[in-house]
Design a protein around this ligand. Structure first.
Ligand SMILES: Cc1ncc(COP(=O)(O)O)c(C=O)c1O
Length: 287
């Protein structure tokens, strides 16, 4: 996919090809940093404030200094989109690490490193329409997955296994309970009620998850932020996953078991349409 030419670093906006990283860099060597992925629809950021708030929560949790305040950060990201003349659907990747220093586990006394770039990213229209396959896999991650840290090895391995099994997402479970996806939150619908794992420390508190909960409340849908088992997942009337890039994605198969005859359900569709409206998406994926 096309990367836009200008990137933003702690030193300002620069052409992406001029960005050089030292090999003794905390993000590269320890995964000692945090990140965000923010949606852009037709040149405009979506859920920007929510992502910035979460970035600061992640930074605080790992005692990382963000080199800008929230307002400066937001202004700089707006400037980056403007400088790149972004008018398409795209996504921004922003990463902050504990800086460049000789390799020692303890914190160095150096400034943080930050970079952000924008990549074209069309909405996955066919998948939003038809739904996707998923697999189940054990959640072997640590207890603090609410921190959006660079340490994604379990997520990488799970997603790769999903791909090798003809699926697009791996759904994690721990002690028989569903936690979240390798890069998404998981929802089920049963008897016209919506269930999702509570916003506990062991899952990422997804920005789209939050928006779905608001939309569900507005539509008078009964919502339960409670854990549910892998069996409840398989027995659900509808299943969907949520994330910045995949929005509200219907799940039509889990580990080879069809959900609802393999067709996206009505409640999922209603939430998808409400999502398009509230995100001010111009072109519907559902014609
Ligand atoms: C592990 C994990 N859970 C959930 C999500 C969804 O978060 P958001 O809705 O903020 O994109 C992501 C997004 O990348 C993720 O990596």
């Amino acid at each position: 996919m096309n990367l836009y030419n200008y990137v933003w670093t702690q030193d300002g906006i620069t052409a992406k090809d001029s960005l050089v990283y030292p090999f003794e860099e905390r993000g590269l060597q320890f995964g000692d940093g945090i990140y965000e992925v923010i949606r852009i629809y037709q040149g405009n950021y979506d859920l920007l404030d929510a992502h910035i708030e979460r970035l600061y929560r992640s930074a605080e949790a790992i005692r990382l200094q963000v080199p800008f305040n929230k307002e400066e950060l937001i202004t700089s990201l707006q400037n980056l989109a403007e400088k790149n003349a972004v008018h398409t659907d795209a996504k921004l990747y922003l990463q902050i690490t504990r800086g460049s220093a000789p390799r020692e586990h303890t914190f160095p006394d150096v400034p943080s490193n930050l970079y952000a770039y924008i990549e074209e990213s069309p909405r996955p229209a066919a998948q939003l329409q038809q739904g996707v396959r998923t697999i189940l896999t054990e959640d072997i991650r640590w207890d603090l997955c609410y921190i959006k840290s660079l340490n994604l090895l379990p997520n990488v391995l799970a997603k790769q296994t999903a791909k090798e099994n003809g699926a697009v997402e791996a759904i994690f479970h721990k002690d028989g309970q569903v936690t979240e996806g390798s890069s998404s939150n998981v929802f089920i619908v049963k008897d016209n009620m919506l269930f999702t794992h509570p916003a506990a420390p062991n899952i990422l508190h997804g920005c789209v998850r939050d928006r779905v909960l608001t939309l569900a409340a507005e539509s008078a849908l009964e919502v339960h932020e409670t854990t549910f088992s892998t069996q409840q997942l398989l027995d659900a009337d509808e299943v969907f996953i949520t994330s910045t890039t995949s929005e509200i994605m219907p799940v039509i198969e889990v580990d080879g078991n069809r959900i609802r005859n393999g067709r996206p359900g009505m409640i999922t569709r209603q939430l998808q349409l409400a999502y398009e409206q509230v995100s001010d998406i111009q072109q519907t994926a559902f014609i």
